[in-house]
Design a protein around this ligand. Structure first.
Ligand code: GLP
Length: 242
């Protein structure tokens, strides 16, 4: 892993935007894996600015999102579909047909996982953006998920639901299940950019950088991927051994 420590969240967002802008210029029809959560919002703002300035174009870009809650409608403000449109897609020129966000219909979960997984197998992602959960999850691959796992329906960890209750108002309102790319799908990306910010991620980043590779800590598998940039701000880096 190539570790890049930035002064603050804004600098970390700018640094990750530089990497993505470079790819878009080199390969205008690239396939981008995108993430939700509060972390990539700064990156998306940088990309919107660059698109407004005609520095980059999303006209021929295809996007593949990591995950989505089950049993949530796309017009629910907490759905990842809503999030992606609000924070990125509504502000750039992108063909909606090129936007791929997983969904799982009640009663058709297996089929919907298979459909999304086939799509991923037919379209290798050039660059995958990742955040990280405090428990080391990537996408919604919770601790003890097999490293061989492909797209599936996950029972969300209590820790993940506690972390996300700030968006839903109460723990009861946080969905209990989600559809997510599996770790194997994520590892298939040619290049991965994981961003982390804030003191609440410091212990997680320490474990990622200094700990061993284990299914108990899903993000640890990234250490064997040949092309990972770990972009963290000073707060997220604050517990690392000097
Ligand atoms: C969420 C998402 C992840 C995200 C993580 C961290 O539950 N499924 O893709 O990386 O948790 O979120 P945040 O960036 O808000 O800390």
């Amino acid at each position: 892993m190539n570790i890049i420590i930035c002064e603050n969240y804004q600098k970390a967002s700018q640094k990750s935007a530089v990497i993505i802008k470079k790819l878009l210029k080199l390969k205008p029809n690239c396939k981008l894996g995108l993430a939700t959560g509060s972390t990539p919002i700064g990156l998306y703002q940088e990309l919107i600015r660059a698109s407004d300035n005609n520095e980059i174009s999303f006209k021929d870009v295809q996007t593949y999102n990591l995950d989505e809650y089950c049993n949530i409608s796309i017009d629910n403000e907490q759905s990842y579909y809503y999030f992606m449109h609000k924070n990125l897609f509504h502000h750039i020129y992108i063909n909606e047909r090129n936007v791929h966000i997983p969904f799982a219909r009640a009663g058709y979960e297996k089929e919907d996982c298979m459909t999304y997984n086939n799509l991923l197998n037919q379209n290798q992602v050039d660059l995958q953006v990742l955040g990280i959960g405090t428990n080391g999850h990537i996408g919604f691959n919770e601790p003890n998920t097999s490293f061989e796992q492909e797209t599936f329906i996950v029972d969300l960890d209590l820790q993940t639901r506690l972390d996300n209750q700030r968006f839903f108002g109460s723990l009861e309102a946080v969905p209990t299940k989600a559809i997510t790319m599996g770790i194997k799908n994520i590892m298939n990306a040619k290049h991965i950019v994981l961003i982390a910010s804030g003191v609440n991620k410091a212990k997680t980043i320490k474990r990622l950088v200094e700990g061993s590779i284990s299914e108990e800590f899903p993000a640890s598998i990234l250490k064997i991927h040949p092309n990972v940039d770990l972009i963290i701000d000073a707060d997220a880096a604050s517990e690392l051994d000097k």
